[in-house]
Design a protein around this ligand. Structure first.
Ligand SMILES: C[S@@+](CC[C@H](N)C(=O)[O-])C[C@H]1O[C@@H](n2cnc3c(N)ncnc32)[C@H](O)[C@@H]1O
Length: 323
């Protein structure tokens, strides 16, 4: 896919109906040879709209019309480029717990969670959040044992999609990341806030409230590559709990051969493996989605390599894959 096609697809599939400003910026970029020339100097996934737009905003780019964005970007390209190169896409969306929960709740506990590509680790607290699943006009309410959480995750589930009946008992939570985010650090949290798209104000309180939960009981975050550090992190897990290794919007950042090596490594461990990734990440899992399902820009949730559902990229929807 060319950069023009990528930005147009981002606008039309991911941002449309979600973030009018990002839609306009991405459409503007796709039709702007001068800006595209700059973006082409960025290696690989560094030209991702999510990262470029976040870096520009972090450096002070105002939210407004495309013309204003392009003027600002052309004038501030060197600092934006430096930020893009120094940092990475670190969206940490607690909402993704809503699509992981049906699988997590079905596993005999207590469970130990190891997330690879964890960012600040906000997806490691599925037992601390409240859930509201809307299915066929009925809302299923799930709250932590201790009572309703300040983080309330809403998810629309299609008919027939199995919903969890309880929250899991999580006794250990750890993550691996090349750049773990210290959520207690205001500048780092501010970087995470740049991945909340304009037009999605409801995601900000979720991030801040989830950050408060994580700050009160920080997860164990191992700094390192998710493949190189996998075995040492597993070695830290308690042996009297069921270990679940999972990832969400993370394996896309690995080269295909590293992804395959990760899959081989995780399968060899014999532990439960949950994957919540875009459709391009594991073609063999994507191939299991029936042609009758319109995948759109949705992620694929799989368990031990078997596709179980299509999921909204930020955890906003869930549709079971029929068997
Ligand atoms: C888009 S964020 C997703 C965070 C979290 N999984 C979620 O769903 O909210 C991807 C994370 O993966 C991390 N990452 C990317 N490549 C990695 C690698 N090779 N090893 C460890 N972490 C990596 C990034 O630093 C980033 O924090």
């Amino acid at each position: 896919m060319t950069l023009v096609e990528y930005y147009r697809t981002f606008a039309e599939v991911e941002a449309r109906g979600v973030s009018p400003i990002y839609e306009a910026w991405a459409l503007g970029v796709a039709a702007d040879p001068e800006v595209l020339t700059l973006l082409k100097t960025l290696p690989g996934l560094k030209a991702q709209a999510n990262l470029v737009f976040a870096a520009a905003r972090w450096r002070g780019c105002p939210l407004g019309e495309y013309e204003e964005f392009r003027r600002w970007l052309l004038a501030n390209w060197s600092i934006t480029r430096a930020t893009v190169l120094a940092r990475s896409t670190q969206t940490n969306e607690a909402g993704r717990c809503a699509v992981l929960l049906p699988e997590l709740a079905s596993i005999d506990g207590p469970i130990a969670l190891l997330e690879v590509g964890a960012s600040a680790g906000l997806c490691l607290y599925p037992d601390r959040y409240s859930y509201r699943y809307e299915q066929s006009g009925i809302v299923t309410v799930l709250d932590p044992v201790a009572g309703a959480s300040p983080v309330v995750l809403r998810c629309v589930a299609s008919d027939g999609t199995p919903l969890p009946e309880r929250l899991p008992e999580v006794v250990w939570r750890a993550g691996i990341d090349t750049h773990p985010i210290d959520i207690g650090d205001a500048a780092e949290e501010n970087w995470l806030e740049m991945f909340i798209w304009p037009g999605q104000p409801e995601r900000l309180p979720t991030l801040r409230n989830a950050a408060a939960i994580a700050t009160a009981e920080p997860p164990l975050l191992v700094e390192g590559d998710l493949l190189d550090s996998l075995h040492s992190a597993i070695g830290l897990a308690p042996t009297d709990a069921t270990l679940v290794i999972f990832h969400s919007a993370a394996l896309v950042y690995l080269a295909p051969d590293r992804r395959s090596s990760f899959v081989d490594a995780v399968r060899r461990t014999g532990f439960t493996w949950l994957s919540n990734e875009g459709g391009s990440v594991f073609p063999e899992i994507t191939a299991q989605i029936p042609a009758s399902m319109n995948r759109g820009g949705r992620f694929i949730l799989s368990r031990n390599g078997v596709a179980v559902a299509l999921s909204g990229p930020h955890g906003q929807s869930l549709e079971r894959v029929p068997r």
